[in-house]
Design a binder for this molecule. Structure first.
Ligand code: PLP
Length: 423
């Protein structure tokens, strides 16, 4: 280990606003403290990607400057120490999800890759002609398309658990949709468009009662809620590092050990084999069996540092603070004439999609952009949600623990300006 010391957290708790010292937290984020279009940066697009604190950036920088080589190869001290750092990050993810073992934590490029891995290994083995795959009406394309591809290959059918106009799943329809042919349920925990927090524990229990395997898409839940995969009893749980104040290029597949052990490997190559000959290849056990090739080492270490950072603030405090922001933002936006919030579920995370008069969301997003306000406009990789809600697109403001009431006020002022421009 090089003598240069590791970065340590600089952020301190102090003048709390609703349980968090957000002013101090904001100082940890270079991007949030840099003007944008000459105005203070108002970043309301954390559902697309969370901002990265300095300490996470420095941790990755430190690894690349002083610790970098390949992992799980060679006997050099450098390689052994890089492997230790990489595996420590896996242990951090295990603790973060409360998984029973690090063997259940598989590194992937992100949520999308994790779902494709499950579809192409568990799915190809367990889905047969005539089987049914049940998906909720509010899935992201990442939890639709891999299953459509599998269904087409296998002669299986996709069925959909519907939702109401508020964006809440119709649980009363669940029993009828879990038929003897249902083999799999794909379920988003928090909707990236509507903000709905789904009662996944209850749904998983119902699915398990009928022998149905459940994958939970946690891409939008892990930034907002403390997740315990054992308590949920999820068979698979997936998320991406970049939505969690970590880097892009890294994500996680959690799977129950008993399921992962039975699944065939996905990609073949170095690192996942025990022995290779022209006649026969044997594979190593978990988690390496699913990690062919050189992994995203820097990014895994960065994700570990992001988890440390969030746990240092406290996931419950983050959740409580974001709920206050959501309540404030919902109240302020609701006062704007012609603004309609899409997604009004009782249980919501801090994501607000809306339409404004007949102004196209792209125009709303562009004008807000010039005001220094970053939001997302479009279908949010969830076209079936748009179809269900009867809108072509929405503007989406998503709030994180580093946002403030002033950010909400800036958004409101920006929207009023949009209205003024469009008369
Ligand atoms: N699932 C949900 C709910 C998402 O919000 C996203 C990203 O927007 C994804 C899946 C895909 O994540 P990634 O692009 O990191 O694989």
């Amino acid at each position: 280990m090089n003598a240069k010391s590791l970065p340590t957290a600089t952020h301190q708790m102090g003048h709390d606003v609703g349980g968090l010292d957000v002013a101090a937290i904001r100082q940890d984020f270079p991007l949030l403290t840099t003007p944008f279009h000459g105005k203070p940066m108002v970043y309301l697009d954390s559902a697309v990607s969370g901002q990265i604190p300095q300490i996470v950036i420095e941790r990755m920088d430190h690894y690349q400057r002083f610790e970098h080589t390949n992992v799980h190869r060679g006997v050099s001290t450098l390689s052994q120490e890089a492997t230790d750092r990489f595996e420590e990050a896996r242990e951090k993810v295990r603790g973060f999800l409360n998984a029973a073992s690090t063997k259940e934590i598989i590194w992937t490029r992100g949520t999308t890759e994790a779902i494709n891995l499950v579809a192409q290994t568990w799915g190809r083995t367990n889905i047969h002609p005539g089987d049914e795959i049940l998906l909720s009406a509010m899935e992201h394309h990442a939890n639709i398309v891999p299953w459509q591809m599998l269904a087409a290959e296998k002669g299986a059918t996709i069925r959909v658990l519907p939702m109401n106009d508020a964006g809440e799943l119709l649980l009363e329809d669940l029993d009828a949709l879990l038929t003897p042919r249902t083999k799999f349920l794909g379920l988003i925990q928090v909707s990236n468009v509507l903000g709905t927090i789904n009662p996944v524990k209850e749904i998983i229990a119902k699915a398990h009662a009928k022998g149905v395997c459940v994958l939970v898409d946690g891409a939008q839940s892990v930034p907002h809620l403390a997740v315990d995969v054992q308590d949920l009893d999820a068979d698979f749980f997936v998320f991406s590092g970049h939505k969690l104040s970590g880097p892009t290029g890294i994500g996680v597949l959690y799977g129950k050990k008993a399921l992962l052990e039975k699944m065939p490997p996905w990609q073949g190559g170095g690192s996942m084999i025990l022995a290779v000959s022209w006649e026969k290849t044997t594979y190593i056990g978990l988690p390496g069996k699913f990690e062919a090739g050189t992994p995203a080492i820097t990014q895994a270490i960065g994700l570990g540092a992001a988890i440390d950072y969030l746990q240092g603030i406290g996931l419950e405090r983050i959740a409580a603070y974001e709920q206050q922001l959501l309540t404030y933002a919902t109240a302020q936006l609701s006062k704007i004439e012609g603004l309609r919030i899409i997604g009004t579920a009782h249980e919501k995370a801090s994501v607000i999609s809306f339409v404004l008069d007949s102004i196209h969301p792209h125009d709303v997003g562009s004008i807000l952009d010039h005001e220094g306000i970053v939001v997302r406009a479009g279908h949010h990789c969830a076209q079936p949600v748009m179809q269900r809600m009867g809108v072509p697109a929405t503007t989406r403001a998503s709030f994180a623990y580093y946002n403030t009431k002033e950010d909400v006020d800036a958004l409101v002022a920006g929207i009023l300006k949009v209205k003024e421009i469009f008369g």
